[in-house]
Ligand binder design. Structure first.
Ligand SMILES: C[S@@+](CC[C@H](N)C(=O)[O-])C[C@H]1O[C@@H](n2cnc3c(N)ncnc32)[C@H](O)[C@@H]1O
Length: 165
């Protein structure tokens, strides 16, 4: 039976919709002490922006072509080929990532929500980063409709207007 000693993830999951919000989050969530992993970096456009806010960032993508292009465009940044589902390969990079950015094509819609949640849980469990920032409108919408129940008199139901996205 579950008890208060069971393992609980402390990682925060930040859902963003679209590339504008994904990049906008960097100045809020990334600081100079962070070691950041970007999963699905394509040509490294966001990786470069992350690099301006942190000590170290590694951009990764499943596509060899993308990684070659990213390396050509941004020779000062480290890029590696990585299939996000191969978490052992992610571990073999050998870094203790404090923030993880995720932007994977095909995994941001409703039909992939469970796959996305299991992938995020896997990375949160293995790396225990402070936060994983994800480009997924489906995750953002789901999260904004989740309300953690709190026992006690101070709990009040949000107004109906606050429940609408
Ligand atoms: C929308 S692009 C990323 C754009 C990039 N993050 C940016 O902000 O410029 C999505 C990327 O996800 C990558 N991708 C898809 N499946 C992946 C997987 N299993 N592991 C890693 N990357 C994957 C694709 O190769 C593609 O480059």
């Amino acid at each position: 039976m579950a008890n208060e000693k069971q393992f609980r993830l402390k990682t925060k999951f930040v859902g963003t919709r679209g590339v504008k919000e994904y990049r906008e989050s960097i100045s809020t969530w990334v600081n100079e002490n962070d070691v950041v992993l970007e999963i699905g970096c394509e040509w490294g456009t966001t990786t470069v922006q992350i690099a301006q806010h942190c000590g170290e960032v590694i951009g990764t993508d499943v596509s060899r072509d993308c990684i070659e292009r990213a390396r050509q465009r941004h020779p000062d940044i480290r890029f590696e080929i990585l299939d996000a589902f191969d978490v052992r390969a992610a571990l073999s990079i050998g870094k203790q990532f404090t923030k993880i950015y995720v932007d994977m094509s095909g995994l941001s819609g409703y039909r992939s929500l469970l796959d996305m949640i299991s992938l995020l849980t896997m990375y949160a469990t293995v790396f225990r980063p402070e936060a994983i920032i994800v480009k997924s409108g489906a995750l953002k919408h789901f999260a904004s409709n989740c309300i953690p129940w709190r026992s006690g008199k101070s709990y009040t139901k949000p107004k109906d207007t606050e429940l609408v996205d």
